[in-house]
Design a protein. Structure first.
Length: 137
């Protein structure tokens, strides 16, 4: 499944181990509003998230938040209880070294996942990719 929304692309695929890998690729970061959305086709459990970038930020960190809502018009809430747990790419790095596990892991059929940029680092950062690993519930 692939969808586009402005300069954000979303792709999802299921591998043989029943792992769903959902990837949000953002070619131009802007802080604030959530980017593209993905609607869960069936119940899933979120295992973690990995953040990477084609070009590293030269100053400041890239911090993204994964949001969930029950439908496209409902208010979205973060999967993380603390801002220090959000997927973060520190200055000079092109990828995180480990998966960030969220506090909220349950995704129901029809739930909507979106990604919001909390901080974008320097203007040099490009092609940010957030991979969310999920498994069948």
């Amino acid at each position: 499944m692939v969808s586009t929304d402005f300069d954000t692309y979303v792709s999802a695929n299921m591998d043989v181990a029943n792992q769903q890998h959902l990837e949000f690729i953002v070619t131009s970061l802007a802080t604030g509003a959530a980017t593209a959305r993905w609607i869960a086709p069936y119940p899933l459990t979120v295992n973690g998230a990995h953040l990477g970038a084609g070009t590293a930020s030269t100053t400041g960190s890239v911090v993204l938040d994964i949001l969930k809502s029950t439908n496209s018009t409902a208010a979205a809430v973060t999967l993380f209880t603390s801002s220090s747990e959000l997927p973060t790419l520190t200055s000079g790095k092109t990828e995180t070294t480990s998966f960030t596990a969220p506090d909220v892991t349950s995704v129901a059929s029809g739930d909507v996942l979106t990604v919001a940029c909390v901080t974008k680092g320097s203007a040099a950062v490009a092609d940010v990719s957030l991979i969310i690993s999920m498994s069948g519930a």
